[in-house]
Design a protein around this ligand. Structure first.
Ligand code: GDP
Length: 620
């Protein structure tokens, strides 16, 4: 690295880009708000600088806030500050992409200490892993631990010393009993930041409260310390043309379509040639204006004022106005080019980047439609992790051809005849096609909900299919003909019975204790009501059609069995062994013995399977 630096000059570092991720309600927004308000309170040190989609906390502010920690975290900052992405969450983070990684340098994974790791925590860990982003854990809401006495805005280490034994023990229980244990199951070593010797091997846990501000000094000091020490090479500022990522594509009054970008390297100037991905291929255009929020304006309030600037240095969040941005894609990389030739070269790189994400494969699989490259990529990764094949991945609304593709798949495999739609609409002609198909559309604007809904839906489908299969089988059942309840002797025979094993249904073929076939159950009635089935313990009337004459083939007091075909029985003891009851299993055993004794040797294998299952049940 040193040879590219002019001699005698120290390398200039840019601000690390920091994102906040975690499960809903664990305190991501509150934590960002608290960091901002703490920084603003340190006004004489410079407060914060507002960018588009991001805020910068300058080093002087970090040093002032973490002053009381000097002994524990001795920092002399070489980075100019930290750039926090203002909107927390996985959707925006997904758009901070660059090939094979993220433009985010570091992440804060927020975990509510009263809840522990939840679904989106795991999703965040997967995302961070796949984008190779280092992170620390903010163990949030420590003020809610039983017995915790709040010390507003104090460093965690100071507040901790003031706590009772009980509160300290509660904190230990969460940190070691939950966080450290769970993360080690996931293959991460984690530890309270004050006890870490080697930060390259261990993920730091920083206890904080986004409500009282306790731990915010520690959080800022650890973030700044870690990023400048371990990410130095990544943070060396190049004086060259800018590189960045498109966070959002928006309509702005008087400006047309604009793009909100995060620039992670170099410089961008008004008039520069820029290259980025669009819906119909790469876009090459010229920067018409660069906009930043006017100082002291509140970005959340409506009517934020913007100022025009002539150039912007990384790291920064900046709004770019330029012609031809109508089709720009959020999640795309954006590059400044020195010449038209260079722009053409860069557009080739961008095109290949998109090819990996937007594809159509000739195989059975789900269809994914998303509004940005980032969310499309995150969904592709998530479904690949679940080993779900993908047929089409594309940007844009759901079209008729998407539905046709999905219905082709649905015919072969229902569980893959699905369209996963992130923040896109269903076009009217697709709507009409959907009405005639059995394609399932799952729409949501939260990645995690899409995945959860798909999982629930496909599990339900599996359950339904299994139930259908089970319903098609003849199941084991036996009953006794009650003495004095023979209403008719044949054609059909009508008798009162008590079911004393398994289940019986109309249509089931019957045998007697010797294995002789007796005909089929026509109907089951309880008084005048027809029943679809009768189970062990029920007394009902049944009619039997076929070769049965009461008095000759069967008598009052006899036990009659259902004639379970071997193929059905084998399915019951393999596919459905966890579904059928012990009572059914024992009845099946009796039936198998009757069949074996009447000459069907092949029932021997069934008997040994039943024995295995019964043995296992007894042992457990
Ligand atoms: P997000 O969904 O992760 O962005 O979570 P929010 O920041 O919206 O917080 C969810 C809820 O938890 C809100 O009611 C917050 O006021 C509350 N909350 C967040 N951080 C803390 C904290 O440190 N202590 C307490 N007591 N409440 C908190």
């Amino acid at each position: 690295m040193s040879q590219v630096q002019p001699q005698g000059q120290t390398k200039k570092l840019r601000q690390p880009i920091v994102v906040v991720l975690g499960h809903v309600d664990h305190g991501k927004t509150s934590l960002l708000d608290k960091i901002r308000s703490t920084a603003i309170a340190a006004r004489e040190a410079g407060g914060i600088t507002q960018h588009i989609g991001a805020s910068i906390v300058p080093s002087a502010v970090i040093e002032k806030i973490s002053e009381p920690l000097k002994k524990i975290v001795p920092i002399k900052l070489a980075i100019p500050g930290l750039l926090f992405i203002d909107t927390p969450g996985h959707e925006l983070f997904s758009n901070l992409r660059k090939r094979g990684g993220s433009i985010a340098d570091f992440a804060i994974l927020v975990i509510d200490v009263t809840k522990g790791l939840q679904d989106q925590t795991f999703e965040a860990i997967d995302l961070l892993k796949s984008r190779k982003v280092p992170f620390l854990i903010a163990a949030n809401k420590i003020d809610r631990l039983p017995g915790w006495e709040s010390n507003p805005d104090q460093p965690f280490v100071v507040s901790y010393q003031n706590q009772s034994r009980r509160a300290k023990e509660e904190l230990e229980r969460v940190i070691y009993g939950i966080i450290v244990t769970k993360f080690s199951e996931l293959g991460f070593q984690t530890e309270l930041y004050t006890k870490i010797k080697d930060f390259t091997k261990t993920v730091a846990i920083v206890p904080v409260s986004a409500k009282t501000g306790e731990g915010i000094p520690d959080l800022l000091a650890v973030l700044a310390g870690l990023t400048q020490q371990y990410l130095k090479n990544r943070l060396i500022f190049a004086e060259g043309p800018a590189k960045g990522s498109v966070l959002e594509v928006k309509e702005a009054e008087g400006l047309g379509t604009v793009i909100d970008t995060i620039i992670y390297d170099g410089i961008i100037r008004v008039g520069d040639i820029i290259v980025l991905n669009g819906k119909n291929g790469p876009i090459i255009t010229n920067v018409r204006s660069l906009l930043m929020p006017a100082p002291l304006s509140d970005l959340r309030a409506k009517g934020t004022r913007f100022v025009n600037v002539s150039e912007v240095y990384a790291a920064a969040g900046v709004r770019i106005a330029a012609p031809d941005l109508e089709n720009a894609l959020a999640g795309s990389s954006i590059y400044v080019a020195n010449s038209v030739e260079e722009a053409n070269e860069l557009s080739k790189t961008l095109q290949s980047e998109v090819k990996e994400l937007i594809f159509k494969a000739d195989k059975d699989g789900i269809i994914i439609k998303a509004d940005t490259l980032g969310t499309l990529e995150a969904l592709i990764e998530a479904f690949k992790r679940m080993n779900i094949p993908i047929r089409v991945a594309d940007i844009g609304n759901i079209s008729k051809s998407d539905v046709l593709e999905a219905s082709l798949t649905a015919k072969k495999n229902r569980s893959l005849g699905v369209i996963i739609a992130f923040n896109v609409k269903i076009l009217p002609e697709a709507e009409a096609e959907l009405a005639n198909s059995n394609v399932k559309v799952i729409q949501n604007n939260i990645i995690y909900h899409l995945i959860e809904e798909y999982e629930n839906w496909s599990e339900n489908l599996k359950r339904e299919e299994l139930q259908k299969e089970l319903d098609s089988l003849i199941r084991p059942g036996k009953f006794k003909i009650l003495p004095g309840y023979v209403f008719r002797r044949s054609d059909p025979a009508i008798v009162g019975v008590e079911v004393n094993g398994g289940i019986i249904k109309p249509g089931y073929p019957l045998i007697n204790e010797k294995g002789k076939e007796l005909g089929r159950i026509m109907a089951i009635k309880d008084k005048d009501k027809s029943l679809e089935f009768a189970k062990v313990g029920q007394a009902v009337a049944i009619s039997i059609e076929g070769k049965i004459l009461i008095g000759r083939h069967a008598n009052e007091g006899d036990e009659i069995y259902t004639d379970v075909p071997l193929e059905h029985a084998m399915k019951l003891v393999s596919q459905f062994k966890n579904v059928i009851s012990n009572d059914e299993l024992l009845t099946l055993k009796e039936i198998a013995e009757i069949k074996k004794n009447s000459g069907f040797k092949e029932y021997n294998l069934l008997l040994s399977k039943i024995k295995d299952i019964l043995d296992k049940k007894i042992n457990s």
